[in-house]
Design a protein around this ligand. Structure first.
Ligand SMILES: Nc1ncnc2c1ncn2[C@@H]1O[C@H](COP(=O)(O)OP(=O)(O)OP(=O)(O)O)[C@@H](O)[C@H]1O
Ligand SMILES: Nc1ncnc2c1ncn2[C@@H]1O[C@H](COP(=O)(O)OP(=O)(O)OP(=O)(O)O)[C@@H](O)[C@H]1O
Lengths: 228, 228
């Protein structure tokens, strides 16, 4: 089972620690703030209140033995940099650090972190993509220039078979799934449930209210999603 | 062209405003901090320094005319709530608000925002999923229980045709793409480039270093990604 140190229990760090614990990982949680340590102490394998830029403190909790360290310290860029440097010197193989600014990110890259994450910026770009194309419900860049997007079925395609909607021919994007809302009677009450068709066939009918899951080049997706 | 108000230019809000402007949207950027307004004034259609919880101030900049308002205020939960309430009363149809805590998010939902976003928490969950399955490079929940994951080709599959790797038969997941690194000579120098095969065929060969893009039920994906 993986051992992960999470240093800095802000909203990002806390979320990482909490999710890892739920999935059965061993988590060493470190923060200077006793309230944060208190909040996570029931969950974490080991929760320690200390200043992570202090190498003695990190050695005292065997931080060098973890598989991965996640450093999530925002306001104090200097602390973030010192902690990453210390972890590198201690031999921690995989270090993932939250970047606060582009420049902070460059410094972390130069120090040799495995990955810099910009959570707010990533979320901002994804939201902006969805606002630009109002029918796009979700967006993920799969590879440079290629994305997955979820698109609400446009009115003019409602009631057509996939074959008739000619999405692949017209726009050069693949439909990799269809999310349908299905009404069922459960114990005498009408409930709506979502069904995900992960192997869409050309004779499947798409209807208003369904969501198409598409993969393709960004410019091809844009031609489809922005024509709605 | 869509008109979007972005209120609160922290890392999330600023990212939204910047991306929207790059994509050609009209952005009304609002913040109390003159430095933030200065930073965005070259980009934004209209950048205003004011307290967004002041209804007169919002009316003075015609905030009620936007298609969407994004409220991204973190530290001051009260201000976030007041601003959302004011925008609702002004008739802004679509309001997207950043949530700071789960309870803050519930209050925003009860006020009738279109969507609450938890950028740090979303990024934390995605990172944690990738840490749990070390060969998973990307993760997106497509629909309840279904995800897209990007998986590095496991050693035992290297050199096999997709047909021989029997991924769909064994794990019940679809391969919707293959990311390959391709070496080319450009002007006498060796460069690596990534090529994305968005229509993988059963006779395509997968090799160590390639990345498979997979779609399926989370438990089926886990059987594959965690067996590596
Ligand atoms: N030297 C340090 N050693 C250990 N923990 C620290 C240190 N410096 C700061 N922290 C902790 O890191 C946590 C996150 O820091 P901060 O709130 O500055 O980051 P943030 O990026 O704004 O967080 P968020 O993820 O909520 O956006 C805080 O709980 C803080 O107590
Ligand atoms: N009443 C207000 N009216 C307008 N802007 C405000 C108001 N209150 C706070 N702001 C601005 O909102 C911005 C974001 O606020 P804050 O830094 O508290 O949020 P955050 O969630 O921590 O940000 P981040 O997105 O960086 O994580 C700041 O630039 C601040 O000046």
């Amino acid at each position: 089972k993986r051992q992960v140190a999470v240093i800095g229990l802000g909203r990002f760090g806390y979320g990482v620690a909490e999710t890892l614990v739920k999935e059965g990982c061993e988590v060493l949680a470190i923060d200077t703030d006793p309230e944060k340590i208190q909040a996570i102490s029931d969950l974490a394998t080991f929760a320690v209140q200390c200043d992570a830029s202090d190498e003695k403190a990190l050695k005292a909790v065997s931080a060098q033995n973890v598989d991965v360290a996640v450093v999530s310290i925002g306001e104090n860029i200097e602390a973030s940099i010192l902690i990453v440097q210390t972890l590198k010197e201690m031999g921690v193989k995989q270090i993932i650090a939250k970047g606060v600014t582009a420049q902070h990110g460059k410094i972390l890259q130069n120090l040799g972190v495995t990955e810099v994450i910009f959570p707010e910026r990533d979320a901002a770009i994804r939201l902006a993509q969805r606002l630009i194309s109002p029918n796009v419900l979700e967006y993920l860049e799969l590879a440079p220039g290629f994305s997955v997007e979820e698109l609400a079925v446009p009115d003019h395609m409602s009631g057509l078979r996939l074959r008739e909607a000619k999405i692949r021919e017209t726009y050069n994007v693949n439909i990799i799934g269809i999310r349908k809302k299905v009404c069922r009677m459960v114990k005498g009450r009408m409930t709506t449930e979502e069904v995900f068709n992960v192997t869409p066939a050309l004779d499947d009918v798409i209807e208003k209210g369904d969501i198409l899951v598409l993969v393709g080049k960004q410019e091809d997706l844009n031609r489809l999603t922005k024509s709605e």
